[in-house]
Design a protein around this ligand. Sequence first.
Ligand SMILES: Cc1cc2nc3c(=O)[nH]c(=O)nc-3n(C[C@H](O)[C@H](O)[C@H](O)COP(=O)(O)OP(=O)(O)OC[C@H]3O[C@@H](n4cnc5c(N)ncnc54)[C@H](O)[C@@H]3O)c2cc1C
Length: 324
Amino acid sequence: MKSANPFLIVGQGLAGTILAHHFLEAGIPFIIWDSPITHFNSSQAAGGIFNPVTGRKLEQTWLADELFPYLFDFYPRLEKTLATRFFFPMPLFRPFANEEMKNWLEERKDQIHHDYLRWEEEGVWVEQAGWVDVAALLQASRNYFVSKDLLVESEYIGNQAIFCEGFHGQQNPLWSCLPFLPAKGELMEISSMEPSEDYILNKNGFILPLGSRHFKVGATYGWKEFTNETTPEALEELSKKLSLMGCSSFELIQQKTGIRPATQDRRPFVGFHSQVKAGIFNGFGSKGVSLTPYFAKQWTDEILVKSTVHPDASIRRFYHLFSV
Ligand SMILES: Cc1cc2nc3c(=O)[nH]c(=O)nc-3n(C[C@H](O)[C@H](O)[C@H](O)COP(=O)(O)OP(=O)(O)OC[C@H]3O[C@@H](n4cnc5c(N)ncnc54)[C@H](O)[C@@H]3O)c2cc1C
């Protein structure tokens, strides 16, 4: 799908926003259509954390050695363009769950061979972690796109566009055959005198310091219902997580919810449809902050015929589903 006409990008969540900035840098014309009134925006609820280490076995996340250098270059550059601060590198601490877990991990220390960890008696510090204030990034970008006449606030009904619709993508007939596996998430913002403001604490949940003794606490995962309503059950679960992380006294400021556009193979959907003049940039699951810059760059380069999108992320892996 190559055209002299501007691309139409549907959605100004994290995915559409980051893709649009890459198009702008590359001189690829576009216009964004976004409709948060008819289609809720999940990026507003994101914790915003980027973290190159995952799971109980402290493994490196997929493509960490490519994603992390790129995001450390890209976000500060975008901060300058938008004259807004939203990128906050910050150490992340993962305490050992218990003595048994500590021994189990220490026995495997030689196999956990990557550079992002610093071991201590009580747990491990993760380097190159931090968080992006996604709401601030989206608002500054929106103002920027509006000032350049690049954004229309309206629902898009049609099928000749690049769709960055997040969770709503699976209701779009063009893409409903794709193996989405959405996960609802809730988090709370609190104020408390108890947690540390110097690092992100990650222990079966997270406490993320926002400054002025405000914190984000997250997050829940649910696969049963997909409304954008917050629930009392999630509030209870989050309060328990907080207590297990050593914080019992807090004031709730707000509770937020969104739906992670995750996929069955845990890889994004990036590229053009095989039959229709349409594209997709979606499926970033719980890692939108670290995945979208790298794949926006890869897709932009593919459109400019400089390189191709990683085969595990390219939508080409599902072309057999489109040709019925
Ligand atoms: C509780 C929670 C915590 C999270 N924490 C983290 C985290 O710590 N780190 C991390 O990396 N990720 C995190 N995530 C995941 C992250 O939020 C997502 O990966 C990311 O926000 C997905 O962005 P998106 O642009 O694909 O979707 P969205 O943000 O949902 O954006 C889609 C946009 O498209 C618009 N739209 C859709 N259809 C149409 C249409 N037809 N016409 C016009 N507009 C349309 C919507 O209005 C919306 O603005 C979290 C998610 C949740 C829910």
